[in-house]
Design a protein around this ligand. Structure first.
Ligand SMILES: *Cc1c(COP(=O)(O)O)cnc(C)c1O
Length: 379
C-alpha cells in the first residue's frame, strides 16, 4: 500500500460494538469481567486500552514495523528504552541531539550506573572505537536537533548488527513520511508524537516501533510496569493527526525548501543549516535515506550580537517564539536559551551550537507570508 493510503487507514478499524468509523475515546480505567480471569483482552487501562491499541497499530504501520507502543511523552518512550539496561551497560549517543534526551541520560540514568558516550556520528566509522563488551545500544537522531546533521542509518545499523548491539533512531524530525529507520536496519524507532505525528501542537505523546517480538514484549513490560501511558483522548488526537501527516509533510517540505533558499540568499544571514542544500555535508546520505528534506531549518545572522539575535526573535509575528516543532503553524526558537538550555554552554559550543543559532519549524501557511514575516524581522 502506498504511503497516503497507509497513513489514512493506519489502525483504523470500525469500532466492533457500534461500527463507528472513528475509533472512540474509551475513557475508562477498568473493564468488567464475566468471571474471574474471563475478559475480552482488556483488564486494566494502564495495561490495555482500545483507543491506545488502535493508535499502537497505526504506529506500527506508519513505520513499516510489526509493533508499536505509545507513551505519555517522547522522553517517556526514550526512558523505556534505557530501562532495558542495567548498571555497567554502555550506550553510544550523539553529541548533537535533543536537549531533553541528553538531560535524561546524564541527570537520571548516569546515576543508575549506565554509561553514555557522546560522539559525532556523522561519520559512522567514528562509532567503532567506542564499542566494547558492555555496549548495548547506539542512540541516533537524524537529522539532528538543531544542527540538521545527517547520520547514515544503514551504515550504523550494519555496525550495530555486526557487534550485536541495538540501534534506536529518534525519527522525530523526519517523521515516517520522510524516513523509515526500521527498513534501513534499525531495531527501534522512537518519535516524539508531540511534533509531526500529532501535528497540531495540542498533545504530548511519544512512541516506539519495532519488529522483534521479544523486544516488543520487554518494552511492553516496561510500559505497563512503569506506567508512562498516554490517556485515550491524547491517543485519539494522534490517530487523527496521522491521517493528514503526508499532506502536511508535503507542504512543510515545500515551504522549508523555499525558506531555506531565501535565507541563504539574504545578505544579513550567515550559515543556514538545512539537509536539502546540495553542498551540505550530509546531502548525499539525506538524499539516499529521506524522501524529502523537511521543514526544520536553523540559521545564524552575520551580525550575531546577543542584542540583534534577541531583537529578531522578538520581532516575528507569524513565527511564534516557542519551543516544540512540527505543528501546522510556524515557530521560531532560540536553542541556546530554550530547547537546549539543559546542555552545558561549553558542551554546546564544542558541538557547534552557538548562542546565536536560531531554529525555525516552518509550518504550512502560505510561504509568501512566512517570508514577509522573516524579512520584516531580519530587516
Ligand atoms: C520533542 C522531542 C523529544 C521529546 O519529546 P516530548 O514529547 O517532548 O517528551 C525527543 N526528541 C526530539 C528530536 C524532539 O524534538
Amino acid at each position: 500500500m502506498k504511503i497516503a493510503t497507509r497513513f489514512i487507514h493506519a489502525g483504523a478499524e470500525p469500532d466492533p460494538s457500534t461500527g463507528a468509523i472513528m475509533t472512540p475515546i474509551y475513557q475508562t480505567s477498568t473493564y468488567v469481567q464475566s468471571a474471574p480471569g474471563e475478559h475480552k483482552g482488556y483488564e486494566y487501562a494502564r495495561s490495555q486500552n482500545p483507543t491506545r491499541k488502535a493508535l499502537e497499530d497505526a504506529y506500527a504501520q506508519i513505520e513499516n514495523g510489526r509493533y508499536g507502543l505509545a507513551f505519555s511523552s517522547g522522553v517517556a518512550a526514550t526512558d523505556a528504552v534505557i530501562k532495558l539496561f542495567k548498571p555497567g551497560d554502555e550506550v553510544i549517543a550523539a553529541s548533537d541531539m535533543y536537549g531533553g534526551t541528553y538531560r535524561l541520560f546524564t541527570k537520571i540514568f548516569e546515576k543508575f550506573g549506565i554509561r553514555f558516550h557522546y560522539i559525532d556520528m556523522q561519520d559512522a566509522g567514528n562509532i567503532k572505537q567506542y564499542i566494547n563488551a558492555n555496549t548495548r545500544l547506539i542512540w541516533a537522531e537524524t537529522p539532528t536537533n538543531p544542527l540538521m546533521n545527517i547520520v547514515d542509518i544503514a551504515a550504523v545499523a550494519a555496525l550495530s548488527k555486526e557487534h550485536n548491539i541495538l540501534l534506536c533512531v529518534d525519527n522525530t524530525f523526519a517523521s515516517p513520511y520522510l524516513q523509515n529507520p526500521l527498513d534501513l536496519g534499525a531495531d527501534i524507532v522512537m518519535h516524539s508524537a508531540t511534533k509531526y505525528l500529532g501535528g497540531h501542537s495540542d498533545v504530548i505523546q511519544g512512541c516506539l516501533m519495532m519488529n522483534d517480538k521479544e523486544l516488543r514484549d520487554q518494552l511492553y513490560f516496561i510500559q505497563k510496569s512503569c506506567g508512562a501511558v498516554p490517556g485515550p483522548q491524547d491517543c485519539f488526537l494522534v490517530l487523527r493527526g496521522i491521517k493528514t501527516l503526508h499532506v502536511r509533510m508535503q507542504r512543510h517540505c515545500e515551504n522549508g525548501a523555499i525558506i531555506a533558499h531565501w535565507l541563504r540568499d539574504h545578505s544579513k544571514v550567515g550559515k543556514v543549516y538545512w539537509p536539502g542544500f546540495e553542498d551540505s555535508a550530509g546531502y548525499a546520505i539525506a538524499k539516499k535515506q529521506m524522501r524529502d528534506f523537511g521543514g526544520m531549518i536553523s540559521f545564524e545572522l552575520k551580525n550575531d550580537s546577543v542584542e540583534e539575535v534577541r531583537r529578531l526573535l522578538s520581532s516575528t509575528r507569524l513565527f511564534a517564539l516557542a519551543e516544540s516543532l512540527g505543528g501546522v503553524e510556524s515557530l521560531i526558537n532560540h536553542p541556546a536559551s530554550m530547547t537546549h538550555a539543559s546542555i552545558p554552554r561549553e558542551e554546546r559550543i564544542k558541538n557547534g551550537l552557538n548562542d546565536s543559532l536560531i531554529r525555525l519549524s516552518v509550518g504550512i501557511e502560505d510561504a509568501d507570508d512566512l517570508i514577509a514575516d522573516l524579512q520584516n524581522a531580519i530587516g
